[in-house]
Design a protein around this ligand. Sequence first.
Ligand SMILES: Nc1ncnc2c1ncn2[C@@H]1O[C@H](COP(=O)(O)OP(=O)(O)OP(=O)(O)O)[C@@H](O)[C@H]1O
Length: 359
Amino acid sequence: MEQFLLDNAARHQLLISRLKPPKKTKVTYEASNITVAARVRPMLEHETSSGQVVAVYPRVDDSGVVDLHDLRRVSSTYTPGRVFGPNDPTESIYESTVYPLIPWAWEGNVGTFFAYGQTGSGKTFSIGGIERLVAEALFDGTLPGERTIHAAFFELAGNSAFDLLSSRASFPILEDNLGRTQLVGIREHNVRNKEDLLAFTEEANKLRQTAPTTKNDGSSRSHGICRIRIEDPSSETAGDGVLYLIDLAGSEAARDLASHSSERMKETREINISLSVLKDCIRGIADADSTKSSKKPYIPFRQSMLTKVLKHVFDPLESRKCKTTVLACINPSLLDTGASKNTLRYAEMLCGPKSALSR
Ligand SMILES: Nc1ncnc2c1ncn2[C@@H]1O[C@H](COP(=O)(O)OP(=O)(O)OP(=O)(O)O)[C@@H](O)[C@H]1O
């Protein structure tokens, strides 16, 4: 199949050059506690030199529309929220989708940012830039009042959790008798300035578990979580604000694996199950958010370690106020249209029925 696509890449590009310009479409972004965005990364050097061509085109009119031109099937159109193209820097993504979480967490609420997508689609790249920008914003003196900041970095792989600021020491995740999730024994570090936070980020990233896939030599084989706790020392009653920056493990098909050892296959199954539970949970809160029904929705957050850790985001009985941003990362290559469609459809679904274009 890949060879067929490579052999026909020139014809694919010729057909695309003959397409009429699309009709202008304006998508409105509704105020909600879930912000969804898609980032289509540029083609990489090794992809173009091996003859791969672009199949995913964000429209340049800022309409929030992405066209995907497949070779064997009809072209399709998606509206996955805000759309960022190959030339958009991480700063633009940060300003419109991540920055709003910072004053929110500063005021004692919970902000969660997920980077989601196929292996090699740009999740770790995006999170790296966002961590740097968050570190700057927390310490640039523009947020009101004094806060004490604490950071923990950890990794979830299957049913195990590892402390990335404590030589990958494993630690249990338990629920206490008040129903709160406890990361037992994880080391939390006081952060005095931007440089501290960047140093912790770098130390943690060096200890992430990686392995090669066919799409990415240094693929993250786990969910990497940065948890920033923001304490208001002037108030004994205010709850701490929390900001989570989550680099999800890449969703991948068995054919993307560089090795098919039983260990890698098991790891892939576990990643895909936890991503599927996460999808159901985010979809659950997105639906509850859009219908505003008084009935508590069923959200299956107990079905994976990742969503248990994020219980306060997903448990309908929790009273903490949460805002969530999902960045869907897209690999633009014609060879990856299957995975790109899945990611775009998922992002579109999170935006709610009103955002979907009739095709
Ligand atoms: N916007 C971008 N601009 C330039 N290069 C990028 C961009 N996004 C990703 N890349 C490059 O693409 C490659 C894969 O990106 P990255 O490691 O972030 O993927 P990933 O989604 O985290 O993959 P995995 O799930 O396998 O860990 C890296 O070499 C990265 O530097």
